[in-house]
Design a protein around this ligand. Structure first.
Ligand code: SF4
Length: 205
């Protein structure tokens, strides 16, 4: 099929200099390839996060190495490590300070589910309080896994989203994520009571 750029009246050379696309696609392309992470690294997973940005793994190959510690400049929250209840309001505040559109990667077993720290003091999965887009399993996950998570997130960003970004306002409540789940502590208390009532095994000598 003849290209409209080769039609009579169209200046020669225009075909190599004009690109037709949709505004939504341009916005998604720019968003996906210029992720600025906000590292919320609280424990050992943070070391793997640092390694991911260093020369050996070189996250900058994928345009996501510009880590900033000012949430207003960031659009990708990476929670790397366990989050305790006391830290949760800080995490939520940082998330709210990040401008939309923004995304969240939960890195490691602790951030995804509390990991081995099954106690009342540790958040049993940050997705109870933040909208997590990608989960990275492992204890700790390797840097390659985090890179894969970034690539998956980029595909996801490219496949959705609009130029105006109106859909992002639907992701969280206007007043932000829920501050605290009152049944969180109750759940652990109930379980501990059950554990106390459970008969214990004593080996016979
Ligand atoms: S998932 Fe493992 S490596 Fe990561 S913070 Fe938890 S204990 Fe540390």
């Amino acid at each position: 099929m003849a290209s409209p750029m080769n039609s009579p009246g169209v200046p020669s050379g225009l075909g190599e200099n004009v690109l037709l696309t949709k505004l939504d696609d341009v916005a998604n392309w720019a968003r996906a390839n210029s992720l600025w992470p906000m590292p919320f690294a609280t424990a050992c997973c943070g070391i793997e996060l640092m390694a991911t940005a260093s020369s050996r793994f070189d996250l900058s190959r994928f345009g996501a190495e510009v880590m900033r510690f000012t949430p207003r400049q960031c659009d990708l929250m990476i929670v790397a490590g366990r989050v305790v209840m006391k830290m949760l309001p800080v995490l939520q505040r940082i998330w709210l300070q990040m401008p939309e559109p923004k995304w969240c990667i939960s890195m490691g077993a602790c951030a995804c589910s509390g990991g081995v720290f099954d106690t009342y003091a540790v958040v049993q999965g940050v997705d109870r309080f933040l909208p997590v887009d990608i989960y990275v399993p492992g204890c700790p996950p390797r840097p390659e896994q985090l890179i894969q998570a970034v690539l998956d997130l980029q595909s996801r960003i490219k496949s959705g989203g609009t130029f105006t970004g109106k859909e992002f306002s639907l992701r969280i409540l206007p007043e932000g994520p829920p501050r605290f789940e009152p049944d969180e502590i109750q759940r652990f208390q109930d379980r501990n009571e059950l554990d106390l009532k459970r008969p214990t095994y004593t080996p016979e000598h």
